[in-house]
Design a protein around this ligand. Structure first.
Ligand code: MTE
Length: 326
C-alpha cells in the first residue's frame, strides 16, 4: 500500500484531544504496533517502511475500554462463533473462508481517505483516526439478511464523533464507505462476485445516530482480520451487509450512493436494509431468525422491528413506506 503524506488541512490530534483520552489511545496504538511505524518512519526511507511494520499481535488486549450505552443484556456469542462464522467475500464466499484466509490482509500501515462534501478532506493515518476517541464496549444484537443472528461485544466509538471532526458541508446528505481494494491481499477480489471494492452507504442522520459505531475490536481485543480489521462499521438496526469491513475510504455526498449489494441485486438488497420482520427477502421470510450457537433444533426467535432498536431509530423513518424503502 502507498504511504502518502497527509493533506495540509489534516486535523491535528493536539487540537482536539483530551489528555487522558490521548494517553489511553497512545497505549492502544502502542500495543497494536502503530508506534513502531512512527519510529520507523522517522528513520527509514519511505520505500522501506512498509516492509518493517509490525502487524498488531493477534488477540492483543485493548486497554481502557469502558462499558458503553445501548448494550444488550443477552449473553454474547462465543469468541469462536463470532470469529469463525463470517461473511467477508474478499476472502471467499464460505462462512469459514475468512477465518482461514484473511491473514493475508496487512492492517498496518493503514490510511483512510476522506473525500467529498467536507471541510477537512485528506488521507488520514489510522492513528489519527483513533487517537482522540475513548473506546467503549457495546454488546449489540447483529442480524444477518440470511436470517441468522448473534450477539457481539464490539469495541469502538460513535461514528458521529469521527464525522464531526471532518466538518461535513451543508451539501453532505449521505456518507459512503469503501473497503480496501487490493486483490493481492484480498484474493476474493480477483473473482467478479461483486463489483469491487465493496461499498456501503448511510443517510447522514443514520450515520450520526448514537447507535452507529466505528469498530476496532471485539471481546476487549483487537479486531481479527476476518471481522474487518482494522476499522469497520456496525449499524445494529440494519442487516449485517450494511456493516462494511476494512474501511479505506469515507466519502460525503449530496446524491444517494449505490452500495455493492444493491448494485448486484437491487430487488433483494435495498439501500436502507433496516431489519424488518414484515418485509420478506424475495427468496425467504425475515420474520424469524436462528441464533448462532443455539443448536440446529433450538426454536427460532421472532425477529424484532429494527432488530430491537426501534426506540432509538424508528423516528428516522417516520412517514416513509418501508416496503418501498426496504
Ligand atoms: N464487508 C466487506 N468488505 N465484505 C463483505 O463481504 N459482508 C457483510 C458485512 N461487511 C462483507 C462486509 C455481511 S453480508 C455481513 S453479514 C457482515 O459483514 C458479517 O460480519 P461478521 O463476519 O463480522 O459477522
Amino acid at each position: 500500500m502507498l504511504i502518502k503524506r497527509k493533506d495540509r488541512n489534516i486535523i491535528l490530534p493536539s487540537e482536539i484531544t483530551d489528555r487522558e483520552v490521548y494517553a489511553q489511545r497512545r497505549d492502544f496504538i502502542r500495543q497494536t504496533g502503530r508506534f513502531a511505524l512512527a519510529a520507523a518512519a522517522s528513520l527509514a526511507a519511505p520505500g522501506l517502511i512498509a516492509a518493517t511494520l509490525p502487524q498488531p499481535a493477534p488477540r492483543a488486549k485493548i486497554p481502557g475500554v469502558k462499558p458503553g450505552r445501548f448494550s444488550s443484556t443477552t449473553t454474547p456469542n462465543t469468541y469462536q462463533d463470532i470469529t469463525s462464522y463470517c461473511n467477508f467475500y474478499e476472502f471467499g464466499t464460505g462462512k469459514r473462508d475468512p477465518e482461514r484466509h484473511a491473514h493475508t490482509l496487512k492492517t498496518r500501515p493503514w490510511q483512510v481517505r476522506v473525500e467529498g462534501e467536507v471541510e477537512k478532506p485528506g488521507a488520514y493515518d489510522l492513528e489519527d483516526i483513533l487517537k482522540p476517541h475513548a473506546l467503549e464496549e457495546r454488546i449489540y444484537r447483529f442480524r444477518c439478511v440470511e436470517a441468522w443472528s448473534m450477539v457481539v461485544p464490539w469495541v469502538g466509538f460513535p461514528l458521529a464523533d469521527l464525522i464531526k471532526r471532518f466538518q461535513p458541508t451543508s451539501k453532505a446528505k449521505y456518507v459512503e464507505f469503501t473497503t480496501l481494494y487490493d486483490p493481492e491481499q484480498m484474493p476474493g477480489q480477483r473473482r467478479a462476485i461483486l463489483d469491487w471494492p465493496y461499498t456501503e452507504g448511510l443517510r447522514m442522520d443514520e450515520a450520526m445516530n448514537p447507535l452507529t459505531l466505528m469498530v476496532v475490536g471485539l471481546y476487549g481485543e483487537v479486531l481479527p482480520n476476518q471481522n474487518g480489521a482494522p476499522l469497520r462499521l456496525i449499524v445494529p438496526w440494519k442487516y449485517g451487509f450494511k456493516s462494511i469491513k476494512s474501511i479505506a475510504k469515507i466519502r460525503f455526498t449530496e446524491q444517494r450512493p449505490v452500495s455493492s449489494w444493491e448494485r448486484s441485486g437491487p430487488r433483494e438488497y435495498g439501500f436502507y436494509a433496516n431489519v424488518n420482520p414484515t418485509v420478506d427477502h424475495p427468496r425467504w421470510s425475515q420474520a424469524r431468525e436462528r441464533r448462532l450457537g443455539a443448536g440446529f433444533f433450538a426454536p427460532k426467535d421472532k425477529t424484532k422491528m429494527f432488530n430491537g432498536y426501534a426506540e432509538q431509530v424508528a423516528h428516522l423513518y417516520t412517514g416513509m413506506d418501508l416496503r418501498k424503502n426496504f
